[in-house]
Design a protein around this ligand. Sequence first.
Ligand SMILES: NC(=O)c1ccc[n+]([C@@H]2O[C@H](COP(=O)([O-])OP(=O)(O)OC[C@H]3O[C@@H](n4cnc5c(N)ncnc54)[C@H](OP(=O)(O)O)[C@@H]3O)[C@@H](O)[C@H]2O)c1
Length: 317
Amino acid sequence: MTTATATTVAIAGGTKGLGLTIAEALVVQGKHDVVIFGRKRTTDLDEKLPARLVIVDYDNIQNLTEALESNNVSDVICTVNSNGSSLSERNLIRAAENSSKTARYIPSIFAGFTYPIKYPAFAKCKAEVLEELAKTSLMYTAVYNGMFMDFYGSPLLKSNVDPFPMFVDISNNMAAQPGSGAQAIVLTRVLDVARFVVRLLDLPDWPKESYVIGDRVTLHDFVNMAEEVRVSLSGTKFHITYDSKEELEAGNVTELPCYSAVFAAVGKDLSKQLYSQTGLWIINNELDLRPAGTLNDIFPDIKSMTLREFLELSWRI
Ligand SMILES: NC(=O)c1ccc[n+]([C@@H]2O[C@H](COP(=O)([O-])OP(=O)(O)OC[C@H]3O[C@@H](n4cnc5c(N)ncnc54)[C@H](OP(=O)(O)O)[C@@H]3O)[C@@H](O)[C@H]2O)c1
């Protein structure tokens, strides 16, 4: 159902993951027309998607502009995850700028902290996207939401995002804490990110950065919570190790069993670089977002799921 003031929102990359969750949330809310931009149509996609799929060519700015104009798209929410190249999204931003119908844009940032700004070399793609947006007349806001809580889920709690646990290996009752485990990190459930993004569309003005804080916990408390939930099932305590700053700086991390699939998929060296770098960011308190204001403050009726609730629903049997 749409209202008389309905606008059309395009979710680029909304065929899975966070984008699909945002599309589902928008359709449930029913306030806007929704289209999903994707690169190809497969037979199962039309059944799975909550909104109409528009096939686009991210290499062709004219094609993207026509897709935005012919679908009357006022707002673009980009969730493309293009592994190392920002070209698709930079082209989409140029098309949104060219489109006579499009005024607002949420880029595919959704990060654990403001690393595109602090570490542009590491987060090259995201930094390039923000630079491209700054050249336009589009209203835009980059969303920072901490780590996806869903990375620590089990099949018991459905999510459009697959598990990708770091430092806490719940299914194997193990943890490898960066440093002492005393530093806090922010984690937000993907569905809660989607809820706040949907509400963002109601705001007449957007700051350049928007923050969502699902929960804030120290790694130490995270491991304790996971252990409490799991101990009733397995009867065993977690095996906990600590990776020192020096070890992480040397690129060494404790190889948790849950990392083996990632090692196989992207190679051990690259994976260890990611885990050790993230561990160092945690030690440096970089993942403990402390913004001046949050979307949680603006929309207090949205209650984010806590990590404890998430772990109970995922792992308590
Ligand atoms: N804070 C965190 O912990 C965290 C964790 C994970 C991800 N993220 C961020 O959240 C956002 C969404 O991530 P996600 O995991 O939900 O994404 P995803 O499911 O991996 O991918 C989303 C979509 O990206 C599209 N895509 C992939 N390569 C592309 C390319 N070269 N050009 C255009 N489209 C492409 C695909 O759509 P089609 O194939 O249908 O075109 C895919 O459905 C990203 O900004 C990501 O960096 C944050």
